[in-house]
Design a binder for this molecule. Sequence first.
Ligand code: NIG
Ligand code: FE
Length: 419
Amino acid sequence: MSGLLAVVGCRQLVTLRGPARPRMRAEMRELGLIEDGALLVRDGRIVAAGKYAELKGQIVREAEIVDAASGVVMPGFVDAHTHLVFAGNRADEFERRIGGATYQEIAASGGGIWATVRRTRETSEDQLLEHARRHARWFLDSGTTTLEAKSGYGLTTEAECKLLRVARRLDRQGPLRIVPTFLGAHEIPEEYRNRPEQYVETIVGEMLPRVASGRLAEYCDVFCEPQVFALPSARRILEAAQARGLGLRIHADQFAQSGGARLAAELGAATADHLEHTDRASIAALADAGVQPVLLPGSVYALGLDCYPDARSMIDRGLAAVVATDFNPGSSPTASMPMILSLACTRMRMTPAEAITAATINPAYSLGRGAEIGSLEPAKCADFVVYRCGDFREIPYHFGVNLVNGVWIGGARSAVPET
Ligand code: NIG
Ligand code: FE
């Protein structure tokens, strides 16, 4: 194989070309659209993206031709918030919520995150890898090529490291690119129920040193919520993580306005995630600090709630918004970014173009990979998806329909092999 690839027949080539930074305000509606486009790739990197008529002279005979069949070609989705590694599912809780129980009531009765922790602790690393591979296939089938993966269903030093090793092994196996985040502060484990401050000390004194010295994670996250990790504990953990060189992402203001977003601004976190209950003053603080909001409408939808985050105010205020699946067995069991785009448009009044920017280039920057992925520009990784439709707006419009025709990562047609 020559390592040369030419993608032709792109009715719309959605490049997301633009300034080398996250996109804000009106920039979020500029997709760098090229009609009748072509993409040239060499050794997994993009060489050129432009009009077919202008590039066709550069297509050499040895090049492998990918015919997009008059479809849309876009960068692969970058999913910046997932809880990828866990065992089992919680379909039983889904049914209980339909019967009227709330997410918090289920958690208080021994279900919720804790139910998944019990299952995950007793599952071996190899088995967890198999589960993660099964889920990775769902992501890939929906057009995602990079995803962030949090730990958080182990809650002991050993079990948290086990989850992060699974993420690392999956990244090495490919084809998906995986960015690992340590989320030991996801829930207070049962054995620490009566002394939660001791668990915070275990995270700071034992887990973080192990995670950092083993280079098991790039980011640290905390579920910052009054009943779980209140502000002082969240601050202590995040400052300790920062001192060890980890970037910060924070579950903030999901169920209550608790100051999580303000903390993210104060600490200069990469992202503040959820933000369903964030007020305007906190949005302003995020804007001033350049923190990217990661909005997770899938969890609002799947919990049967109506408190979608105020994406319009955030975009108007100049925040470089991101949307993500929050894939997890409790509040958001979807791996489908197209479904998230649909919710972003219909529930959060983002335009299709804004939603696509929030699912590609903006999350790439939020993960420290803006120079490598998230747009189809020369020198970047050839991570792209061919869709069976001629207009990018059809992707959120046909909700629940998978229009993905093929996925390429680093210039290679990708599938997660069955094992
Ligand atoms: O982002 N809220 C905390 N964590 C997840 C839910 C995890 C679970 O229910 O298993 C979230 O929604
Ligand atoms: Fe989450």
